[in-house]
Structures are given as C-alpha cells and as structure tokens.
Design a protein around this ligand. Structure first.
Ligand code: IMP
Length: 434
C-alpha cells in the first residue's frame, strides 16, 4: 500500500493529526495537499503537545514531509513552525512545492472584511486569508512560492495585486494603505529563507512512488467543508476529499491505494452553518460536558466548537465522495460517562415531509435528524483507557462495541483504528496500512 490518503469525514477536527502521526511511523513521506494555516493538527507525545498549522504531522516522526501545490502558504507562519521544530531538535526534512500559492497580509485583511460583508452568508472563517488567497489562484492573479524567488515576477504581480486590493479595501471602507515596496522586501526575504526547501514536488512524489516508498497524504479540514461537496457557502476554499490529494500533490488517481476516513465518535463544528445533530437547547449540558472533556476548542482560533451527535448520513456521504476504504474513529473515551448516546441515521426534510439518507447539501437547514439511541459506557481515567488500549479490542466496553458495530453496519466499511485517548499509546490498530 504505498499511497494512502487520510481525510476528515465530518466538519474537520476529527483527529487527523493524531492518526497521521500514528501511521507516519511506518511511512517514508507525509504530504499535505490542500488548505493552509486554517488547519490545526494536534499531536500528543508523552507529556508534550505539538500543534501545527502547516507542516505535515509526520514531521515529529522525523519523516520527509512535503507541502504540495494545492496548499496555500503564509510564509511567516511556516518559518515560525520551522524555527519551533529546530528549537526542539526535530529533523526538518521539508519540501515545498514551487506552485503552492502565497498568503499576503491583504488576504488576511480581506478575509475579515468579506466575512463581515457576507453577514448571514458568512462561514465563520479562521481569518487566515485562505479564501482570498484561493480566489486569487483561481482568478490567476495568485503569487506562488516560485515568485518569491524572482524579484522581477514578484514586483510585476504585486504591482497589479496591490492596486486591485487597495480598491477593494476602499469598497469595504477599510483605511489600510498597502505598501508595495515593504511587501516586496518582506516577501523576498521569506523567499530567501524558504529557498532551500522549494522543490518540483510532483516529480519527487511520483519518483518516490515508482520506488515503492510509502506515502501518506494528509488531508486538512473535513468532507463537509469541501468547496465542491461541502455545505456551500459554509465551506473552506479547497478540496478536502480524497480527490484533492491527486490535484493538490500531482499524482494520478490510480496511484492511490487506500483512503482512510477519520471520524470522531460525535461531531464538532467551528464556524457557521447548519449542523442538524447539534446538541443545543435543553441538552446543552451534554454538549458542554463533551466540549470540556474533549477539549473542543479550535486549535487555530481557540473558538469553542459546536458539538453534535454522530451523524452517519454525513459520514456515509463522505465515504461516497472520497471512496473511503476504512474508518479511524477517535475520541470514544470522551463519550464515557454518558448514559445514552444518539446516532443520526436519516433526516426528515421538513418542507417535503420526506425521510432521506441522502445528504441534502442544499437544504440541510431544513432537516430534522432521525436518531437511534444507544447505551453509553462508563467513564474511565486516562490510565484506565491506556490499559484497555494495551490489551486490544477485546477489552473495550461491551456498549462501545455495540456502538462501533452499529456504525460499521451502516457504513459498510471496516474500522482500521480505534482511538481512546490523545496519546499514541491510546490507540488500537485493527488494520495495518503499510
Ligand atoms: P477558512 O478555511 O478559514 O476560510 O474557513 C472556512 C470554514 O471552514 C469556516 O467555517 C471554518 O471554521 C472552517 N474551518 C477551516 N479550517 C478548519 C479546521 O481545520 N477545522 C475545522 N474547521 C475549519
């Protein structure tokens, strides 16, 4: 299995960082293929917690890591992450695609202004400039990593961009004056610092596949945030599905051997938009309990995440659009201590008085979840969960097995991994991927 894609099968924050780190042990290379520093990947090793936004999670396994052409890069953030890793004595074996696009400060500024302007239609973005940077890419105004290494190109492109963005800022009644020369100077400096890492990454990746190297493609965000298949316009601006790995890294679809969907045992959402299974109103205490226990606060923005019951209609949809082969389920321990658990298995579309298990991407706000109720399992201490993980699947609580069986019956795909705690050792592997 030389090429495995790991993606989120919900609204992001499913625990992809931990799963990628876990499987990266056996991989040679870890590649990110979309998104930017809107992502937040948390990896816990021993007593240390590492949070990354851009660098692929495999880096703390000292693996070769690649930021692919499909990503958008804020060079300042990337350089800070590189410095942090160096200070902790990690090996930095990083390659950055010359074709990845660059986030400029005006993108961050416009992200906030656009959100405000959109009002009810805003997505609640991370305000990291992701959307505006991808807009420039698609409109072919974008500035790529390559351009930071060539002053003449950077100058020509920035001249146009600064002029246009200045007008846009005026339209949004923002008083910031963009300083083109300062930007040129600052970004050429970033370019120089990044130069040693810049690479024609598709050649590197495809050659590695020819040599049967094991590659993990690490997705960011989740299926329902996909620009093409998500709950538009409350999405991110990149393709979060497995297909994104092909375009975002430069590999053909038939080179991908396996797709792993990461799924949390419940769900969470940061940002706006409909979440049919959100736990609100009289059950808010349950949501608060899960949020606190599961540390459900944004890695990037610190925002409290909205909490919901597991929505299998949504995961089944994610399974289809990404052809997920196996599920890695996370945070089962977080649900410990809840007497009853709910799983959404269909929706009732209000206006049409019709039941469906097809994801109504355009009218999710009109959907009422139809639940089955399951028995919960007892709460345990982190050490107790750890001991269970050591013993393996047979040792997990019976009701947890019931919960997992129900999910498997519905999705008709196996679990490859069960995570019952944040650390590597709190993991039960059911399927090897390499
Ligand atoms: P953007 O990607 O910052 O433009 O934000 C667009 C939408 O995606 C917003 O609803 C964000 O909250 C959401 N989003 C972006 N990145 C993440 C992530 O890593 N985890 C969860 N949600 C995210």
């Amino acid at each position: 299995m030389p090429a495995v894609v790991i993606i989120g099968s919900q609204w992001g924050d499913e625990g992809k960082g931990k799963i990628t780190d876990y499987y990266a042990e056996k991989a040679d290379i870890v590649v990110r293929f979309q998104g930017g520093n809107n992502a937040g990947h948390t990896v816990v090793i021993g007593e240390e917690t590492y949070k990354f936004h851009l660098i692929p999670s495999g880096t703390i396994q000292n693996k070769q890591v690649i930021i692919g052409n499909g990503c958008v890069i804020d060079p300042k953030v990337l350089l800070q992450e590189i410095e942090l890793l160096k200070s902790k004595n990690f090996k930095i074996d990083l390659k950055i695609s010359s074709n990845a696009h660059v986030i400029f400060p005006y993108h961050n500024l416009l992200d906030g202004l656009e959100e405000k302007f959109k009002g009810k239609l805003s997505a609640g973005t991370t305000k990291r400039g992701i959307g505006p940077c991808y807009q420039d890419k698609i409109a072919r105004f974008g500035i790529k990593i390559f351009d930071l290494l060539h002053e003449d190109i950077l100058r020509t492109k920035l001249e146009q961009n600064v002029m246009l963005k200045q007008k846009l800022l005026e339209i949004y009644k923002d008083k910031t004056i963009l300083n083109k020369e300062k930007l040129i100077h600052e970004f050429l400096e970033y370019g120089e610092k990044l130069r040693p890492y810049v690479n024609e990454t598709p050649y590197f990746i495809n050659k590695a596949l020819d040599e049967h190297k094991k590659i993990l493609f690490e997705g960011a965000q989740g299926a329902l945030l996909s620009i093409d298949h998500g709950i538009y316009p409350r999405t991110t601006s990149s393709n979060t599905c497995s297909g994104g790995a092909c375009t975002g890294a430069g590999v053909g679809p038939t080179r991908i051997n396996k797709v792993i969907g990461v799924m949390k045992a419940y769900l969470s959402r940061v940002g706006t938009g409909p979440v049919p299974t959100e736990i609100i109103g009289e059950n808010e205490e349950i949501a608060n309990h899960i949020r606190e226990k599961g540390h459900e606060y944004g890695t990037t923005t610190g925002r409290p995440r909205r909490i919901g019951w597991l929505d299998l209609v949504a995961v089944k949809y994610a399974r289809m659009i990404s052809n997920i082969d196996a599920i890695a389920i996370t945070k089962l321990d977080t649900l410990g201590g809840l007497e009853k658990l709910k799983i959404c298995i269909a929706y009732m579309i209000e206006n049409e008085k019709k039941e469906t298990d097809i994801m109504p991407t355009n009218m999710l706000e009109n959907c009422e979840p139809i639940y089955i109720e399951m028995q919960g399992w007892e709460d345990k201490s982190p050490d107790e969960w750890n001991k269970i993980a050591e013993k393996g699947y047979g040792a997990i609580p019976e009701n947890m097995k019931g919960y997992l069986n129900k999910i498997q019956d519905y999705l008709k795909i196996p679990f490859c991994l069960i995570s019952i705690g944040p650390r590597r050792a709190d993991t039960i592997q059911l399927q090897k991927i390499f």
